[in-house]
Design a protein around this ligand. Sequence first.
Ligand code: SAM
Length: 275
Amino acid sequence: MPHSIQPPLQQLLEAVQASAKYRHIDAEFIRSLGAGELEKRRSLKEAIKATKNKLHQVGAAYQDNTPRYARWLEALQSASQAGDPAHLQATCREIMSHHASTRERLPFLPCFYSAILADIAPVHSVLDIACGLNPLAIPWMPLAPGARYYACDIYQDMIDFLNASFPLLRVDGEAMVCDVIQQCPAHKVDVAFVLKTIPVLEQVDKNAGRRLLQSIQADHLVVSFPAASLGGRHGGKGKNMEANYESHFNELIAGQPWSIQRFSYATELVFVIHR
Ligand SMILES: C[S@@+](CC[C@H](N)C(=O)[O-])C[C@H]1O[C@@H](n2cnc3c(N)ncnc32)[C@H](O)[C@@H]1O
């Protein structure tokens, strides 16, 4: 079909995918954002621009423009073959420094999972929602031998990399491309991670956080929000941010008979929900 007589949504998809920055993002997710923007905007050009802006806000802003997945996989392969846990952890840390969310967690990573999962460990199955590079933190997690690790995000190249990485991290893992606003993975697990993700999803659909918490099939959920400590680099602003997200979290769980644990780190406020 000549370009001009293609439906506008197809033209929008092709225009967005022509940009290297968005090429690996799930086409269904681009369509769903694009369809909303075509309804709201006056022209195809404006809808394309608005779709790209949203994709930047919810995904591209967090990661390097050109992630070096092939190089990272080689580094992981040689670290895994060397059989030295410290070398493997150093390699994982280096890779995690290329995604803003995991990079911020690196200073407190050694105590993060051991503290928040202390009452649940050893964990037999995990679902990591909108995972980014967080599965590279597996060497710090108190997982049971043979644990299953499911993970999802909107980037196909990231998901391919994670699927190749799981055997090197010695875990039975499966990563999938998924827009969790449209559909949450239905796996039944011990623990689901929803780390620093609710505010991102709510930029697209203000009810996405509440729906997600209801539909995840997990006995325990680890839900976190970006924050900053009192003396942290965001000063008073960070304190406000933490208070705002805490009250938002309380609204999201209002009326639920769940018990909650709270943990606060320099850049992350964490709630563990026991159902
Ligand atoms: C703030 S980062 C958090 C990453 C990870 N959970 C962590 O804390 O290290 C948000 C992640 O959500 C992903 N994402 C954005 N929209 C999504 C959607 N609709 N479905 C699944 N993942 C999404 C982005 O690609 C990005 O990796």
